[in-house]
Ligand binder design. Structure first.
Ligand code: ZN
Ligand code: ZN
Length: 149
């Protein structure tokens, strides 16, 4: 793969972030990280594989999974906890929660009022809580608007 052609302007920033996270800046890592940052939001490995193919970059699904694994381990990418279903990935933006629309399935970020783990107390005495994930469910703004008409 011709990485110089495939990944242009933000290449330096992406390369620097990968190196700062202790990873070599390989072509597949650059492609997947750039895609997640450009698109924002939450994407499955299949979505990412298809999006890369549509832009002319053929990465096998297995490679996409491998790349996502190393990006998650390094903290550059996070697994979005949005309940059962496909695993969704997003470029890391800090600790936050998710709202899942029960009508259209869209997943929206919900800022955490505390901003760091753990943001809720479990009330279990000496238990050591490392994180508390809250999943908000209901109708997203566009579905709620559509339903109100
Ligand atoms: Zn919706
Ligand atoms: Zn998110």
């Amino acid at each position: 793969m011709d990485v110089a052609r495939a990944v242009d302007p933000p290449l330096n920033a992406l390369t620097q972030d990968l190196r700062a996270a202790g990873l070599r800046a390989t072509g597949p890592r650059l492609l997947v990280l750039r895609l997640l940052r450009e698109r924002r939001g939450h994407h499955s490995a299949d979505d990412l594989t298809a999006a890369l193919a549509a832009s002319g970059e053929t990465l096998l699904r297995g490679s996409v999974y491998n790349v996502l694994g190393s990006l998650v381990d390094s903290g550059l990418v996070a697994v979005a906890d949005a309940g059962p279903g496909r695993t969704l990935y997003e470029a890391s933006t800090g600790w936050h929660h998710h709202f899942v629309c029960s009508e259209c399935g869209s997943v929206l970020d919900v800022p955490c009022v505390v901003g760091a783990k753990p943001c809720l107390e479990a009330g279990l005495g000496d238990a050591e809580v490392t994180e508390a994930q809250v999943i908000f469910r209901g109708r997203c703004p566009s579905c709620a608007t559509a339903a109100g008409r």
